[in-house]
Design a protein around this ligand. Structure first.
Ligand code: PDD
Length: 291
């Protein structure tokens, strides 16, 4: 077991130690990045919004025309077993399905007789340290070089990888992706902005991943009657925002306080982001942890 992967892992119908989990080097995930994935946070050994994650997995599989190797209940059983056997109460479940290994290399799909590869494992949930949260993080903007189906959670993540690496090399936590002068999302997160007390969220289109955390934030804004508009956010609006947040299953809600070296608003996490973080924690501790 590595410090961040629990034994056993799941591979193609079996639970086995990571060290014994092998796949063919001809796997299309390896050769083409031909596959899909999900990341599901687990709080107090309860998988958060599991139905929504399993549904998004199905939508992505449908989007790339790959049959689901398991039913929704089948996935839930796999996830339950991983959660139960992992040593941590708060976890992150990673799962991946690829188009399997053919006996030759051909871009087109292999015959239907070639089984897909399904892999899943549990890791400890890595949370943002309080001092990082208190000061917020820095981000850069980069051109969005991804393809046109960013709504699919596919493993071909090279454009995201390069964008995030560019951020890291500049001492930043995230890269915000700009396409045709509009901000779509982060390399591995959704982005919200606040301007004059109004929360703005980009709409779910084929150019943005429909985040599960994004949905929770829209729900919390509605529950607390917070003014919210879902519409495209221009690069100009992004640069003049009072607050910018990134959201994801693992980052939850994190203030971006510097953008391309310039302070966002006051340069400190803003009051609305703090409020939303608190609502999110309350929701997590009541609804998520206690189910
Ligand atoms: N990333 N947008 C992109 C491009 C992402 O990769 C992610 C999540 C999100 C947020 O989605 P959610 O709220 O469902 O986590 C938005 C995961 C955590 C990852 O790739 O590790």
């Amino acid at each position: 077991m590595t410090p961040y992967v629990a034994d056993p892992v799941y591979l193609n119908g079996r639970f086995l130690p990571l060290a014994e989990a092998g796949i063919s080097p001809l796997d299309r995930g390896f050769l083409y990045g031909d596959g899909v994935y999900e990341v599901i946070p687990v709080y107090s050994r309860r998988a958060f919004r599991i139905d929504e994650h399993v549904k998004r997995l199905q939508a992505t599989l449908d989007g790339i025309k790959l049959a689901n190797p398991l039913t929704a209940d089948g996935w839930k059983e796999v996830i339950a077993k991983l959660i139960e056997t992992a040593p941590w109460d708060d976890q992150s479940i990673y799962l991946q399905v690829t188009r399997g290994a053919d006996d030759k290399r051909d871009h087109a799909f292999p015959p239907a007789s070639v089984p897909s590869t399904a892999f899943a494992f549990a890791s400890p949930l890595v949370t943002t340290p309080a001092e990082v949260r208190a000061r917020g993080v820095a981000a850069i903007t980069v051109p969005d070089l991804r393809w046109s189906r960013c709504d699919l959670k596919v493993i071909s993540l090279l454009a995201n990888v390069l964008a995030r690496q560019q951020a890291v090399e500049q001492g930043c936590a995230e890269a915000l992706l700009i396409r045709d002068r509009f901000m779509k999302e982060g390399a591995a997160s959704n982005i919200f902005i606040v301007k004059d007390g109004l929360l703005l969220a980009p709409p779910k289109t084929h150019l943005m991943l429909p985040g599960i955390t994004y949905d929770v934030i829209l729900e919390l804004a509605a529950t607390h009657q917070q003014a919210l508009e879902v519409r495209e956010i221009s690069e100009t609006e992004l640069r003049s925002a009072d607050e910018v947040w990134m959201t994801s299953s693992t980052k939850e809600i994190l203030a971006i306080t510097t953008l391309d070296g310039q302070p966002v608003g006051t340069g400190k996490p803003g009051p609305f982001g703090e409020q939303m973080w608190q609502w999110y924690q309350d929701f997590k501790n009541t609804v998520m942890r206690k189910g």
